[in-house]
Every structure is written in C-alpha cells, then in structure tokens.
Design a protein around this ligand. Structure first.
Ligand code: ZN
Length: 436
C-alpha cells in the first residue's frame, strides 16, 4: 500500500463555526502531519507525533501552506462546460437558448468522454474532490463521467437527467425509458469504486407526472440513493411549474407528492420558498443547495443562507458552483460570492463558516461525513493544499494578515485555482499530473 506523510498547517472542522472566535468548532495544527495509507488517513495530529508513528515513510512537506479536506461541490452540470459564460438570459431562456442545444451533443459518446475528462481535470485544478453532478439525458454521458471519475478513484455522486417534456428533440427520454436507463445505470455503477448514483429528474417543468411518479418509484426501490433536482430558482419557473401541476399546493409540494423529499434529497437553489415550503424541507431533512455565482449571474435572487439555518425549523444547507449557470469551478470563488449574497441581506458569513461549508458542511449535507470532509482517521484521504500568497496581490495582502481567520478570508476573497498547490484524491496527488 502506498504510504506518504504530509506536513503542513492542518485545518479541519468539528461543527459549524458560529463566530470567528468559535475555537471549539475546528482543529488547527501549526505544524501538522497527516499519514496517508492505502487512500485513507491513517494518522493525524502534531507532525512530531505522526512522524514517530509513521516511521520510514516519504514526506511531502507543504509548509507553510494549509492542508484541508478537499472541497465538495454539491450541484454542478458536467455537460455545461461550453455553456458557462453565455450572455444575457434568465433561467428559462438560458436553458432553451444555450443549455439544451449544448446538451444534445452528448448523444455522441466521444464528446461525452472528452468533456468528462476535462471536467475532472478542472475540478482537481480547483481543489474540488467530490461533486454531485448532473449528466445529460443520455445514458452514455453518465457512463463517460463515471468511467472518468473511477479511473481517478474519485468519490462522486451523479445521475442521468430525466426529462420527458418541454425540451427539444434529441434531449427527451420517456417516462419509461428514463426509468429503465436509470435502473441500468444504478446496476452498472452505483457502489463501484467510490461512485454514488443520484436519481435526477431535472426539474418539475421538464418531467411529466408519469415521469415524476417513476422517479418516486426509483427512490422507493433504492432508498439509499441520493435524489437531486432544482427547486424555486426563478419567478417565471415557479409560475410555469404551478400551471403544470395545478393540484399541488406549491412548488415543493410537487416533489413531496411524488415522494422525492428526504435526507438524501438535494434541491438546487431554493431561493423563493414560502415558510411552508421551508418547513417541509426541514421536516423531511431535505437539503437546500446554495449556488451563489449562478443565482447572481442569472439574476435569480438571494439565497437566505443565514435565515434557513437560524429559523425555528432549520433547513440543511449545501453550497455549490452550479456550473454552467454558475460562473466558476472554484469553491473559493463560490464562497466569495456567497459572502456577498449574505451581506446583501444584512448578515455576515464568517470565514471559518465558509470553509466549514465547502468541506464538512457539504459532506454532512450529502450524508457523506463518515467518509469525506474531515481529516479524521479512517476517512478517505481527499485533501487540498492552499497557498494564500499564490499571486502577487495575495502575497502583498498577506503581509498585513495576523490571524488564521484573516488568511482564510484572503483565500476566499482573492483565491481561485491558483492558491491550490495540490489536490489529493484517495491519497494520490492529482493536480501535479495535470498538463497545463
Ligand atoms: Zn443546476
């Protein structure tokens, strides 16, 4: 088994940090060590102690940089790498004008394989080790993505989008074929390596009631799976959904009626929820996924990150890029925009909470905190190494930084892929292997 001993300033979280002074919420070692063995963390703590335990193991010295659990992106669209940065539309127009035509190309398996490879390169470049990803409607797009992730031993969640109406030719399945293809993909991929399948009805607008019914059936047949979809992103989307599902109380109720709420249900956006809808998410343990760069870019609205967690029935929250509606693959860029969205609502997101969110917070939201998002012994060695002096502007700013909280805030506010010195996936340093 390959063993390596990493040395650096290690930081991981225990709970959501409520303030910058919430010292009990995180573990920080100024001179820390992480012993990696067979893709897992075998020991962690002060370097001297870990080194003593490790014996003769090659050391990778990352001092003075920070080592954290790898970043987790809880909502992203693999087929939208050539949709990102498309000008001038709100959600429904943006889907029809840019996204749907692009996704039709994924009928070509070779195109799917190329994009899957470039997508995995890009997230590793940005320090992201786990994603919850939407593929296209085509089975082969899921085959391509899972094969690529498996070849790098990445822990990913992904699924074929189910969509049988309100989409162009070449981009619709049928209720039955969506069900059958999903079943076949679950059998082929779920549990292989570190892969997790997610039942993925794109959103209520692009699924008939028959398809929603079968998505619910898939969740009953495979209750351990994740379910991912979109909810309450944009006013026109909400109005159209209510026209299509007139019997439902509201948008959230559409999904509830088909049995799609629950602790492994991930709802992208959740911007314009009523109190009743937020209660329904809270009571079912469902997760609201905050996609700040996307919400700002498409002009969708401001996610109530603080309010959802502080209400009497708190809603579980994840954070995500939502590329290609989102404008960056970087979780650092994402949390920078998250900070601004929270600020526009008169609150502040403290830097420890931001880093908690993209590591342990997202791992918990994905119900994967037994495996990833921490530096705990026995968990998977998915790690990111961060250099807060990576650019001249960052180095200059760092001259005046006096605390860890300030350093994290510089990383989040000025950082992108450049501060990511290395990304370890299951103990292997993958960023250095990327060709520039
Ligand atoms: Zn999305």
């Amino acid at each position: 088994m390959t063993e390596r001993l990493l040395r650096g300033r290690t930081l991981s979280f225990r709970s959501r940090p409520e303030t910058v002074d919430d010292r009990a919420s995180y573990v920080y070692e100024e001179d820390g060590g992480i012993l990696v063995c067979g893709g897992k963390i075998a020991a962690v703590g002060p370097y001297a102690l870990v080194a003593e335990k490790a014996g003769e193991v090659p050391v990778e010295d990352h001092r003075p940089h920070l080592i954290l659990p790898g970043f987790i992106d809880a909502h992203v669209h693999v087929p939208q790498m050539q949709v990102i940065a498309s000008y001038g539309a709100e959600l429904l127009d943006w889907l029809n004008t840019y996204t749907f035509p692009e996704e039709t190309k994924f009928i070509d398996a070779q195109h799917g394989r190329r994009i899957a490879r470039l997508f995995c390169d890009e997230i590793i470049r940005n320090g992201t080790t786990t994603v919850a990803a939407y593929c296209s409607v085509h089975r082969q797009s899921v085959d391509a993505f899972f094969a690529e992730a498996l070849s790098r031993d990445m822990l990913v969640i992904a699924g074929k989008v189910m969509m049988d109406r309100n989409a162009p030719d070449g981009l619709r399945d049928t209720a039955q074929s969506g069900y059958d293809d999903t079943k076949a993909l679950i059998a082929e991929w779920h549990g292989k390596g570190r892969l997790h399948y997610a039942v993925t009805p794109r959103f209520a607008i692009t699924s008939t009631p028959e398809q929603m019914e079968l998505a619910g059936a898939l969740m009953r047949e495979h209750p351990d799976l994740h379910m991912q979809t979109h909810l309450s992103e944009n006013k026109a989307e909400i109005a159209f959904t209510q026209e299509l599902y007139p019997a439902s109380t509201d948008y959230t109720d559409v999904y509830a009626r088909y049995g799609l709420l629950g602790p492994k249900a991930l709802f992208g956006h959740c911007i314009h929820l009523s109190d009743r809808e937020a209660d329904a998410l809270s009571e079912s343990g469902s997760v609201a996924v905050f996609c700040p760069t996307s919400n700002l870019f498409l002009g969708s609205g401001l996610f109530d990150w603080q309010g959802y967690s502080k209400r009497s029935k708190p809603v579980r929250i994840a954070a995500a890029t939502d590329v290609g509606g989102g404008t960056s693959y970087s979780m650092l860029r994402t949390m920078d925009e998250a900070y601004k969205v929270v600020a526009l609502q008169g609150e502040k997101m403290n830097p420890f909470a931001a880093f908690w969110q993209m590591t342990l917070g997202n791992a918990k939201a994905l119900s994967l905190d037994e495996r990833i998002g921490t530096l705990d012994v026995g968990t998977d060695a998915d790690l990111v190494v961060l250099d807060a002096t990576a650019t001249p502007a960052m180095a200059l700013r760092m001259e005046t930084v006096k605390s860890l909280a300030e350093e994290l805030f510089v990383l989040q506010t000025l950082g992108d892929d450049r501060p990511v010195r290395e990304t370890y996936v299951a103990g292997r340093p993958l960023k250095r292997e990327l060709t520039a």
